[in-house]
Design a protein around this ligand. Sequence first.
Ligand SMILES: Nc1nc2c(c(=O)[nH]1)N[C@H]1C(S)=C(S)[C@@H](COP(=O)(O)OP(=O)(O)OC[C@H]3O[C@@H](n4cnc5c(=O)[nH]c(N)nc54)[C@H](O)[C@@H]3O)O[C@H]1N2
Ligand SMILES: Nc1nc2c(c(=O)[nH]1)N[C@H]1C(S)=C(S)[C@@H](COP(=O)(O)OP(=O)(O)OC[C@H]3O[C@@H](n4cnc5c(=O)[nH]c(N)nc54)[C@H](O)[C@@H]3O)O[C@H]1N2
Ligand code: SF4
Ligand SMILES: [Mo]
Length: 855
Amino acid sequence: MEIKRRDFLKVTAAAGAVAAIGLPKLNAFAAGQAPAATGSMKGEWIASTCQGCTAWCPVEFFVQEGRIDKVRGNQFSKANGGYVCPSGHLMIPQTYDPDRIKVPMKRTNPQKGRGVDPKFVPISWDEALDTLADKMMELRKNNEPEKLMYMRGRYSSTSTDLLYGTLPKIFGTPNYYSHSAICAEAEKMGPGYTQGFFGYRDYDLAKTKCLVVWGCDPLSSNRQVPNAIAKFNGILDRGTLIAVDPRMSASVAKANEWLPIKPGEDGALAAGIAHVLLTEGFWSKEFVGDFKEGKNLFKAGATVDEAAFVEKQTHGIVKYWNIELKDKTPSWAAKKTLIPEEQIIRVARAMGKAGSACAVWMGPGVAMTPRGTYAAMAVYALNGILGSIETEGGVFQSSSAPVEKFPEIKKSFIDEMAEHHGHGKKIDGRGAKDMPAMMSAKPGSGVVTNNVANGLLKNPDAIKVFISTWSNFVFSATGTQRWEKAMAKMPFFAHMVTNASEMSQYADIILPATFAPTEKLSIIGNMANLHGHISIQQPVAKPLWQVKSEETEVMWLLAEKLKSKGFANLYDYYASFEDPETKKKPTNASEFAEIAARISSQKVWNGKEKQKGDQIAGWADFKKKGIYNSETYKYKKNWGKDNPETKKFEGKFKTETKKFEFYSETMKKALGEHAKKHNTTIDDILKSSGYEAQGELAFVPHYESPKRHGSDKEYPFTFIDYKSRLNREGRSQNTVWYQEFKKVDVGDESWDDVVKINPIDGKKLGIKTGDTVRLTSTTGSIVTKAKLWEGVRPGTIAKCYGQGHWAYGRVAAKDYAKAQPRGGNNNELLVDDYDRLSGATARNGGFTGVKIEKV
Ligand SMILES: Nc1nc2c(c(=O)[nH]1)N[C@H]1C(S)=C(S)[C@@H](COP(=O)(O)OP(=O)(O)OC[C@H]3O[C@@H](n4cnc5c(=O)[nH]c(N)nc54)[C@H](O)[C@@H]3O)O[C@H]1N2
Ligand SMILES: Nc1nc2c(c(=O)[nH]1)N[C@H]1C(S)=C(S)[C@@H](COP(=O)(O)OP(=O)(O)OC[C@H]3O[C@@H](n4cnc5c(=O)[nH]c(N)nc54)[C@H](O)[C@@H]3O)O[C@H]1N2
Ligand code: SF4
Ligand SMILES: [Mo]
């Protein structure tokens, strides 16, 4: 990254201003692989884990005299090769953000609303937890523990079990919700209903010959940014990089082929490409199988006899062709997608030639859309046709590293009230006739995060005490006005966060949380580059404020409080934990946090079971190295085999047929169960959930037309939302580095928030770069700056998600005290809508129509 002198001065001046108020000097511009000392002071690298995005990179911090100066990827990490992405660096200013919540606070103004001063006053931890415990005990006294709600935003992959997995169960409420449905849940439906894998995929990028990034921008975001940055050049050297995205992204800028698809038409493009792959004989003979007679009978428009084809690892390729693909020619797809027919054919051939070394990297741009389940299946199914499932250069299920579970929550910790009230109806509407939420092939099992706001508005008495951690739904959820309304009426809200962001403005109690990557002790697991890993998260520098870890320390202290008020079960459960080596039981909050981390990670360092990956010599060694990497994922791990004894094929995919399902028996079964529960037909379920498919079409990946809110006439522009390279989800905008380097996002401007409009549209509307414009959808309205830019088609406009904070701190907001935003929040425009088969919130696929006015 080139830093111009002028910019450099601005950044160091800003860092200097922080130093002047007594905070550490920032030294992050020192060379990438710094020596053991920077400047005259000695220092050391201490391992931890970044959670800025879902890559959850193992990292190391360079610490001098207790101050963090620099960050890099963990040198032992096989997932990131020792590097962080640009936004990894923002952990330093986030740690030392002068606007952090430094002590517990309570609200003294009972009125709640945007721009209403909460009149927070500092209180002690003791008073804060005492107040919260009193509120909770009141619920139990009134025999209504279900009126406690817990919602988690970002979380630790292990210690979340001590809060999310424990508190609701022991206290007795069914009302606990994760943020996952506003994250990327719909993506899981693609591999889920074809391959039986409801999870995020990995890629063999070192060997890929053709990479198709589809509805994501792996150089900027998604789930393994440093690995993508390191490997993209190799792919360009070896083969072809294809990007399917309606706007010019960082990956598009590198790509050999850009398919600027009309938003929401991904199912059509996938069908067109599949049509070419089949008619031109590019399917994998090894994975899919072949025609008995060896002659390709896939001819446009022609129905094929199922008996003519013998499948190997797959189920239903001919049904898929007959039901969906036979008429979906590239020329049909070209009309829908606005991608020229020649390009569709050219791209399909490039993919076909790379065969099982072609990986289709499907992202939320395809899936997090209304009706996204079927688009995700259609795009993911291309991997099945190409046979690139677990092959050299292909697509993989996730790797993992061994994590030990916490002790079981015994029946004795769950009293009658908890048992009775803990299994009641959830307020997120999952499992309703029109909200199948069929995650993991179980109807009614998926969380519907964003519908919680609707549940609260419909039934304001449902929840009386609300606890949330590391979240900001008032900013991060689409149709966010609903959250503002619901939160304004919430009787009691406790927020455990680092900054007073939008949601915290509605809090009755704010508890200052540790900034996880630099101050928290926990164990984090993830994968990339064909390796799973677990890594430590530990305090690398002494916290400057009265912060505590929400999932461990705070829970211990809260459990003590509840015990002192007559409810001991939570405390008794935590106190039953035992250190895996010393067998010592925790006696205070910090011992509890340490024992929990040691329990989770013990398998990789206790030497009891030989691990196939890294060898770690004990807890101290693990803390020092910071990471355990698993062995490399084996090619074709889940491919089935013919059993020579029974002469039967034994499949391993977790689908109904144990094969890769182009005809999803798994979907058929799940939809059948859901329909039965509601005494109706599958067709009726689909219709009431807003899908177009009827009959057999529902069981194959297929095209559904894009849904749109707002008429073309009144709202002529289609809105494209995407993430900044510097977004740490919704959390980094209060750092000056974010604002200063915002221009690293293609088309964006530093310290600003611009809506990108094609110059042709600009001319029509009489709008120039720099004009202030009002964007309005059926849901809301924001004011922002216009920028004319060729990176979007006429008729579409793009704006990065991240800016538009009216709280959080003095950098993120234009005027924190007056609740004035810097730019506009996309979620005030985006409509509250869902892919109802998964329960996931729509944010992509151009479902929100917008009008533009000059102000
Ligand atoms: N329009 C649009 N909306 C989106 C997205 C998008 O791309 N476009 N992305 C979506 C996605 S993928 C996700 S996952 C969600 C995320 O949305 P949320 O789950 O709501 O999370 P954030 O907004 O990142 O969380 C911000 C809060 O975390 C607190 N915080 C920051 N660091 C820490 C920490 O270390 N510990 C604790 N305890 N608190 C901390 C801050 O004070 C702040 O209140 O947003 C979604 N919203
Ligand atoms: N830098 C950074 N990286 C992150 C995060 C972050 O905040 N910042 N957050 C992490 C999290 S929590 C998650 S869940 C992941 C997932 O996050 P991403 O993979 O980044 O997903 P989105 O932000 O939804 O990306 C949407 C992409 O799809 C494109 N798009 C929009 N509409 C359409 C469409 O109709 N068709 C197609 N083909 N494309 C479309 C957008 O232009 C954009 O490139 O990223 C993680 N990585
Ligand atoms: S922001 Fe994401 S990709 Fe970047 S260093 Fe952190 S975890 Fe890794
Ligand atoms: Mo996410």
